[in-house]
Design a protein around this ligand. Structure first.
Ligand code: CP
Length: 328
């Protein structure tokens, strides 16, 4: 694996290897000294052209916990506002010796362009591109599902075969949904997408997922997990709006509230990638309930991103030196 651009590029073996490595990374994070020397002397550049809280901070934390040097670049306040291109920005950062570039961009395909261009010699990690992909989010979601739903003890080696996951809401604009559908399918889970017809993309029937317009029916079918998607109002307003009649009607049809939460099976967990629109796609009851693993998803994101950076930058050397072993 040279880059991580899409969950569609991951074989089952590669995905399981990342999840297993994340488990090893997580185990190191309960120690008094959390820092590993694994990426000492390496440089990770976080290149964010679009806003982020969780992804940016957790990639920074992950790189630092692996002892990498970290350069944080945010388009706001940079020469991008003077018209500098992705190419010239990437070449500038390459001049500083980036071993990995973590990129979030509003344009779908920007990480692929960067990886194919030769503007950087480093590994490219997609941290979310337009409505296209967010592979590390899907990996941390799979890691969270694995921890909660695949039995007691060490989760290593377990897959998600047969788990039933409902993904609900603004599928149309969601790179999280696209990444999750592909990864969960690769790992053997069964996915049902639930949304109003206006928030489903053209061609969704060809995705490896069932499609429903009726949340109450899907909740009644007793899924193991329900993943609520953020209503992406910023992408809707730029498209002229009109995706649903009113916020209240959206909430009635597709929001997770106390009634729907109570109708889920006892073991079912509630996920949300964040940031949440409380009161729109998820009520405070649901977001703050003991079934919600939303804060844990954020913590798991650090372990998963440590695993991704480790496998991209040090995976080949893992047997060369005791220093590179994560289970030291
Ligand atoms: N889930 C997610 O990508 O959140 P941020 O936009 O805060 O990074």
């Amino acid at each position: 694996m040279k880059h991580l651009l899409s969950t569609g590029d991951l074989s089952r073996t590669e995905a399981v290897r990342i999840l297993d490595t994340a488990g090893q990374m997580a185990a190191t994070q309960s120690r008094e000294i959390k820092k590993l020397p694994t990426l000492r002397g390496r440089t990770v550049v976080n290149l964010f052209f679009e806003d982020s809280t969780r992804t940016r901070i957790s990639f920074e934390t992950a790189a630092k916990r692996l002892s990498a040097d970290v350069i944080n670049f945010s388009a706001k306040g940079s020469s991008v506002s003077k018209g500098e291109s992705l190419k010239d920005t990437a070449l500038t950062l390459q001049a500083m010796g980036a071993d990995a570039v973590v990129i979030r961009h509003h344009a779908s395909g920007a990480p692929h362009t960067l990886a194919a261009s030769g503007w950087t010699s480093g590994a490219v990690v997609n941290a979310g591109d337009g409505t296209h992909q967010h592979p590390t989010q899907a990996l941390l979601d799979a890691y969270t599902l694995r921890r909660h739903l695949t039995g007691p003890g060490d989760a290593s080696g377990r897959d998600l075969a047969g788990l039933r996951v409902a993904i609900v809401g603004d599928v149309l604009h969601s790179r999280v949904a696209r990444s999750n559908v592909q990864l969960l399918h690769t790992l053997g889970a069964e996915v049902t997408l639930v949304a109003p017809p206006t928030l489903l993309p053209v061609g969704v029937q060809s995705w490896p997922a069932e499609v429903s317009y009726h949340l109450d029916e899907v909740v009644g079918s007793k899924p193991d997990a329900i993943m609520m998607l953020r209503v992406q109002r910023e992408r809707m307003s730029s498209a002229g709006g009109g995706f649903f009649p009113s916020p209240l009607e959206y909430t009635r049809g597709y929001g997770l509230d106390a009634r729907r939460l109570a109708a889920l099976p006892e073991h079912a967990i509630v996920l949300h990638p964040g940031p949440m629109n409380r009161g729109l796609e998820i009520s405070a009851d649901a977001a703050d309930s003991p079934r919600a693993v939303i804060v844990e998803q954020v913590a798991n994101g650090v372990a998963v991103r440590m695993a991704v950076l480790y496998l991209l930058l040090a995976g080949e050397q893992r047997h060369d030196s005791d220093e590179t072993k994560v289970d030291q």
